[in-house]
Design a binder for this molecule. Structure first.
Ligand SMILES: Cc1ncc(COP(=O)(O)O)c(C=O)c1O
Length: 199
């Protein structure tokens, strides 16, 4: 019997994928070495990375005007990296809809004029606040939202239209449904998880 992990962290992988990993673990495609041991600068490994990026672009229908990056540090590092990279005028608005959204907001506050434009903390994060262009300041560098609130189980059914680029932490529902990438300036995601069904 296989056990499914529904807790935080890695999620279930299809059995055929696990079997392929097992089969290739000692010798990746005739190279005589496993993928975890070979040089990260080898042509073989670079090809794996390129294919992964291309498959990801295909699955999420990501236009060529966007880059796909695989980075260290998980989503939590992006709580800092986003303001450090995107604050130009020094201002951003955050929507606080759960604990991770709140963490992102608190981290960003270290780096600029960061405002909580809307929050559902008043009702223990049980809803997504109504948002429109007027919810945000006019002269900001970006708006930050969290598409799925992992612990509280709420998620956006419609993303807000914003003048400034929309930055989205999609850690717990990336690849779980079709999204229009053009709605976003930046999407990031850390821990893999299965999105909770919404009733
Ligand atoms: C929505 C959301 N943001 C951020 C994080 C933190 O991710 P990481 O563990 O990759 O830093 C999580 C982790 O569960 C999450 O669900």
């Amino acid at each position: 019997m296989r056990v499914y992990n529904f807790s935080p962290g890695p999620s279930v992988l299809p059995e055929e994928v696990l079997k392929k990993i097992q089969q290739q673990m000692l010798d990746y495609e005739g190279t005589g070495i496993s993928i975890t041991e070979m040089s990260h600068r080898s042509k073989t490994f670079e090809a794996v990375c390129d294919e992964t990026v291309n498959l990801f672009k295909e699955l999420m229908k990501i236009p060529d005007t966007y880059d796909v990056l695989f980075l260290q540090g998980g989503a939590s590092l992006q709580f800092e990296a986003v303001p450090l990279n995107l604050l130009v005028k020094g201002k951003a608005d955050y929507v606080v809809t759960g604990n991770f959204a709140e963490k992102a907001y608190k981290e960003a506050k270290k780096y600029g004029d960061i405002v909580c434009a809307a929050s559902s903390a008043d009702k223990n994060f049980t809803y997504i606040p109504g948002l429109d262009e007027k919810s945000f300041r006019p002269d900001i560098d970006y708006v930050h939202i969290t598409s799925n609130n992992t612990i509280f189980g709420t998620k956006y059914s419609k993303f807000p239209k914003t003048k400034a680029p929309l930055v989205c932490d999609m850690s717990s529902n990336i690849l779980s449904e079709v999204m229009d990438i053009n709605d976003f300036g930046l999407i990031y995601a850390g821990a893999q998880k299965i999105s909770r069904p919404q009733g």
